[in-house]
Design a protein around this ligand. Structure first.
Ligand SMILES: NC(=O)c1ccc[n+]([C@@H]2O[C@H](COP(=O)([O-])OP(=O)(O)OC[C@H]3O[C@@H](n4cnc5c(N)ncnc54)[C@H](O)[C@@H]3O)[C@@H](O)[C@H]2O)c1
Length: 414
């Protein structure tokens, strides 16, 4: 017989909100967040991340009231796991969410973590917190699961229900319950990992693999820039081989690829092994914004333009295309490098309405002219602009640095 669970989802961000929407089609769902503003907007059926269309549903309750967490059977934790200034894991959110859940934990409850962590966080860090206030015993009174999230904001074809979801549980019975639960909402199906640690590791591996491969492409792009051949032309040719991996150079920002490798580096170092390749890839990807700044300087000089007080336009500010997420955006580092050169920088990002000092309205509709333009993020809108549009907003000759290979008329491509 099918169970009728009451599910609580702790954290209503990019990951938690789609989960709440999906589970509430089948189960009574408490969608909890500590941010009163976030809950207010969700109650007004508005998602500031512009990812989810919120429909009214009697089974779904958005709340910031902790007491609504009582009487739930399953708690799913989807809070942030960023890094601190020194790139060490910041587990403060997942710790406080665990503490919160422990206040309401009852016999036979299951706590499932979705936040990205290094292998061991659920059982070594979160479980002791869950046991502390509840005075319950892990795998005797309550159980845990881990199911990493793979959604890809800004990409409508890769959403929660059409991506295979890895699941796991703290024992065989729990693993089956967790897997059955997600099978209900994931059309693409689930994959039951052999343990919680394996499921935790699988997620970090996905992002480390991307980070290392992008670092390789960035390194090659620097070499090809020195040789003076086009990286995109080279990759177009290489891509014709059947087993070529299709990675491209670029800025690595955001809260996943640019952050998760640090979690693995931390865990590995704790165990006495320094993972050189992962570490070096992070360093290389972190150096790309300064490479772009130096290239801008070089191209200004080649084009007989001054650097001091030169007017620079950056197209795009979010950490990736077609998404308004600005967490850990590498464009901020480009901005800061140009500010150090005392350039005057404007940024245009049609998807943002944040209060950033450098953000401007559509420059293609203004009469202001720029000495150089950096196309940093490939939002769909930017593909509409022609060489004439760029020339109209350029001082003398067009200097267009194209980080995302968007135009066939750019001065320089990465
Ligand atoms: N965004 C993605 O595309 C994505 C994809 C895969 C995995 N992840 C991982 O999922 C986790 C969540 O990421 P996100 O992008 O949804 O974050 P987010 O910042 O969009 O949302 C997190 C929410 O949690 C809330 N919160 C913080 N502490 C809380 C607490 N103690 N109790 C209740 N709510 C709390 C915040 O107010 C916020 O609304 C992270 O570990 C992230 O690495 C994110």
């Amino acid at each position: 017989m099918e169970q009728n669970y009451k599910i609580a989802i702790i954290g209503q961000g990019y990951v938690g909100l789609p989960l709440a929407m999906s589970f509430s089609k089948f189960y009574e769902t408490v969608a909890f967040d500590i941010s009163v503003n976030r809950i207010d907007e969700l109650n007004r059926q508005y998602d500031c991340n512009l990812e989810v269309e919120i429909k009214k549903n009697e089974l779904l309750k958005f709340t910031f009231n902790e007491n609504d967490l009582a009487e739930c059977d399953i708690y799913i934790v989807t809070v942030p796991t960023p890094v601190k200034e020194n790139n060490l894991p910041d587990l403060s959110y997942i710790n406080s969410a665990s503490l919160l859940v422990s206040k309401f934990l009852k016999k036979d409850n299951i706590v499932i973590y979705e936040s990205t962590v290094y292998p061991g966080v659920t059982e070594e860090i979160c479980v002791p917190i869950l046991e502390s206030i509840s005075a319950l015993v892990y795998n005797k009174d309550f159980y845990c699961g881990y199911s990493p999230e793979r959604i890809n904001p800004g990409n409508s074809s890769k959403q929660l229900n059409n991506i295979v979801k890895v699941t796991s549980g703290s024992n065989i019975v729990t693993a089956k319950i967790v897997d059955d639960l997600y099978s209900k909402i994931i059309e693409a199906g689930t994959f039951k990992a052999s343990s919680i640690r394996v499921a935790e590791a699988s997620k970090v591996v996905e992002n480390i693999q991307r980070d290392v491969n992008i670092a390789l492409m960035n390194e090659l792009a620097i070499i090809f820039d020195n040789i003076n051949i086009s990286t995109s032309d080279v990759l177009e040719a290489s891509r014709t081989k059947w087993n070529f991996l299709d990675f491209k150079p670029g800025l690595v920002g955001g809260h996943c690829i640019g952050v998760d490798p640090y979690y693995m580096i931390y865990k590995s170092k704790e165990l006495g092994y320094l993972p050189d390749l992962i570490n070096k890839s992070r360093e290389l990807n972190n150096s790309i914004p300064m490479y772009i700044v130096n290239k801008t300087k070089e191209l200004l000089l080649i084009n007989n333009k001054k650097i001091l007080k030169s007017k620079i336009l950056i197209l795009g500010y979010s950490f990736k295309e077609n998404c308004n997420d600005i967490r850990n955006t590498q464009v901020e580092k480009i901005l800061s490098g140009l500010n150090d050169l005392e350039c005057l920088v404007d940024i245009y990002d049609p998807l943002l309405n944040t209060n950033h000092n450098n953000l401007i309205e559509n420059p293609f509709k203004s009469s202001k002219k720029y000495d150089a333009i950096i196309a940093a993020v490939s939002h769909d809108e930017f593909y509409n602009y022609t060489i004439n549009d760029f020339k109209l907003i350029s001082n003398e000759n067009l200097v267009l640095l194209d980080i995302k290979n968007m135009y066939n008329f750019s001065t320089w491509k990465f």
